[in-house]
Design a protein around this ligand. Structure first.
Ligand code: 5GP
Length: 115
């Protein structure tokens, strides 16, 4: 069996995290190294490894995950001024944790293009 990722350990409560939202489908917690005043990670409770897995996953699972991301952003009060959702994917995307996660970034004017 492959070793558990950091986010599976966070989901299991083996590693503490600063939760901001949880329901039966998703878990959201603050990034330990925030890149904006608000920087939250949202993960589905049913594991996918990366954004590349989305097309093969059950559409209902993808749907509730995406709705969860939108719900968390709204709950964080980011809708008025806007925010960014990022899925780092693979090597060029600089994905470091191989459990899909949406970064929600907000609370300041973000720049484009990203580095
Ligand atoms: P990635 O680079 O894979 O897209 O994002 C992984 C994110 O996880 C990074 O932004 C990093 O700061 C965050 N991270 C790494 N270790 C921990 C941890 O132990 N707790 C929390 N809350 N976030 C973490």
């Amino acid at each position: 069996m492959s070793e558990q990722t950091l986010f599976e350990k966070i989901l299991a409560g083996e590693i503490p995290s600063d939760a901001v939202y949880e329901d039966e489908h998703v878990y959201a917690f603050r990034d330990i190294n925030p890149q904006a005043p608000t920087h939250v990670l949202v993960i589905p409770k049913r594991k996918m490894q990366s954004f590349a897995d989305i097309r093969q996953a059950d559409a209902a699972d993808v749907g509730v995950f995406m709705q969860g991301v939108s719900r968390v952003a709204a709950q964080l009060g980011l809708e008025k001024d806007g925010y960014r959702v990022v899925f780092n994917t693979g090597t060029h995307g600089q994905q470091t944790v191989h459990y899909i996660h949406a970064h929600i970034l907000g609370g300041r004017q973000l720049q484009w293009p990203p580095g």
